[in-house]
Design a protein around this ligand. Structure first.
Ligand code: FDA
Length: 508
């Protein structure tokens, strides 16, 4: 068949490139099946009829990636790049045409230079590995990126990266100072040779559109030797709602050292009776001592009633464990796991909020949360450093004026069509309810919480007008510049997926 022919030609091509077939796994081989399952952090698509890749390659060297790009292009395979495999819609391992996965699990080296306060990090490194390695070398350095240790640097830095240091140091991508990338012609480029436009685009423009980033150079940031963490639990009653309302009014004006995120959740499992299953968590990090944290909270947010016994003074690296729910003295080595400890089926959507949601409208959220578990609304505070970076400095445009980001997240345990639909319908209905209260012109979303409901490219042809409808939600005015960069570096649209940036040749 033509598929077999494509595969044969591809293997031949790879063999002719300095024998780049050593790490090539063919359908049916044991490694192939293992790698495919390991890739899927959201196992919604396992054992479904979605198309499987013709090959998975696990390169150890950049030249294997270069050969893969050249041979795929020549022989009609599309490429999916997988770093940590956490893409919410599975775009790092799903494709509806013949394709190969470049799985960067072996791209795992990490060189930290404490003296210069920089690090080179290969894309297959996870956030947990990065944090762990920094923590082993220094008690006073950290890096501002996401909370989940198994997330891959490759996808995460490509789309931004929101974490507990965001108010002090911005996004992960704001702290990238150089990168290595394999482009559509198989060239290996660094910041200087790729040029500032492409370097701008890969720091927040989303993975999968511009090439394969093999490594990133970042600036490390300073953290105090001791930091303070606390989580105040409330019910969603009058007091809880008033606190959320108050938090919304303060959140972007708090000292940069203070990060308080609000999580509204119903995690009471089916069948368990509970009159009031909805909790509100004020989940917080303060970059300083417990004494200072208490003083700052008393001054800025006394209504929360923070007490000495709510707080724990620990090292920054221990705070990383704390925020991912390890609270029982686990060893730091748990950060090295490559699979999400809460792995399960899920769907998420996102919003940005610029005006506090009126207190009475919080009742509508409560009403919906009473009907479903396991559900979360995670509100991450902005302001601070985020206000100081202009909208166009990087593709991530959600800066000054945004109070916080919302992630709506629904999880379930049974992979049946009915259960899946029921949960997805729930989150869509909540999203509709929220429309009047969130950023609406356009309604904004965060690319790292990828959501194909916002729109997607057609397989063969990508129309700019179509793409604009979701592109401007993620990137606002920066979408146009992303399209221009794409037109320069990949006019034939080789690196494409359901939500990749299209080139201008398709500007119609
Ligand atoms: P994955 O490998 O799936 O890649 C994501 C996308 O980028 C795909 O399109 C892929 O092709 C592309 N890509 C991957 N590597 C590339 C490379 N080297 N070069 C070019 N393109 C590449 N976010 C956040 O900001 N803060 C947080 O706290 C969290 N927490 C969190 C928890 C959990 C459990 C999940 C599942 C996700 C998050 N996220 C998050 C979202 C996360 O930032 C987002 O899913 C990232 O894109 C994941 O990066 P991976 O490398 O793991 O994904």
């Amino acid at each position: 068949s033509s598929d077999e022919k494509i595969q044969e030609n591809f293997v031949e091509c790879m063999a002719s490139h300095s024998n780049a077939t050593n790490n090539l796994h063919i359908r049916g081989s044991p490694m192939y099946t293992y790698l495919l399952e390991a890739a899927e952090q959201n196992p919604r698509w396992l054992n479904t009829t979605t198309l499987k890749p013709s090959f998975i390659i696990t390169p150890n060297h950049a030249w294997e990636i270069q050969a893969t790009v050249v041979c795929s292009k020549e022989h009609g395979l599309l490429v999916r790049v997988k770093s940590g495999g956490h893409d919410y819609e599975g775009l790092s391992y799903l494709c509806n045409a013949a394709f190969i996965i470049i799985d960067l699990t072996n791209f795992r080296s990490l060189a930290i230079d404490i003296e210069k306060e920089t690090a080179w990090i290969q894309s297959g490194v996870t956030l947990g590995e990065l944090y762990y390695s920094i923590g082993m070398k220094s008690k006073v350095h950290g890096f501002p990126a996401g909370l989940c240790p198994s997330v891959g640097v490759g996808g995460h830095f490509s789309g931004g990266g929101i974490g507990t240091l965001i108010r002090k140091y911005g996004l992960a991508s704001d702290n990238v100072i150089d990168a290595y990338l394999v482009d559509v012609n198989g060239r290996f480029l660094d910041r200087k040779s790729m040029g500032e436009d492409l370097f701008w685009a890969i720091r927040g423009g989303g993975g999968g559109s511009f090439g394969v980033v093999t490594a990133w150079k970042v600036k490390l940031v300073r953290v105090p030797k001791r930091v303070t963490v606390f989580t105040v639990h409330k019910k969603m009653d009058q007091e809880g709602k008033e606190l959320v309302f108050r938090w919304q009014n303060l959140v972007n004006k708090m000292p940069h050292e203070l990060f308080i995120r609000v999580v509204i959740q119903n995690v009471v499992g089916g069948g368990q009776k509970n009159e009031d299953p909805i909790e509100i968590l004020f989940n917080s990090l303060f970059l300083g001592s417990k004494k200072k944290a208490l003083a700052v909270m008393k001054r800025t947010f006394p209504e929360l009633g923070l007490e000495d016994e709510d707080c724990e003074e620990i090292s920054w690296i221990e705070s990383v464990l704390y925020f991912y729910g390890y609270k029982n003295g686990e060893k730091l080595e748990v950060l090295l796991g490559r699979t999400d400890q809460y792995k399960g089926f899920f769907k998420a959507k996102s919003d940005f909020v610029q005006k506090p949601i009126p207190i009475d409208s919080l009742d509508g959220i409560k009403e919906r949360f009473l009907k479903k578990s396991i559900v979360f609304m995670i509100m991450d505070p902005f302001g601070g450093r985020m206000d100081e970076i202009s909208e166009s400095e990087s593709p991530f445009p959600h800066r000054k004026g945004n109070l916080y980001n919302i992630q709506y997240l629904v999880k379930w345990n049974e992979n049946s069509d009915m259960v899946t639909k029921d949960h997805i319908d729930w989150v869509k209905e909540l999203y509709d309810y929220m429309e009047p209260y969130v950023c609406r012109s356009p309604r904004s979303a965060y690319i790292n919480y990828r959501d194909l409901d916002l729109g997607s490219n057609k397989h063969e042809r990508t129309s700019y007008l179509q793409a604009k409808s979701w592109g401007e939600k993620y990137f606002k005015g920066n979408f146009k510049r992303l399209v221009l960069v794409k037109s320069m570096v990949d006019p034939g649209n080789f690196f494409r997926n359901e939500q990749s940036v299209p080139p201008i040749s398709e500007l119609k």
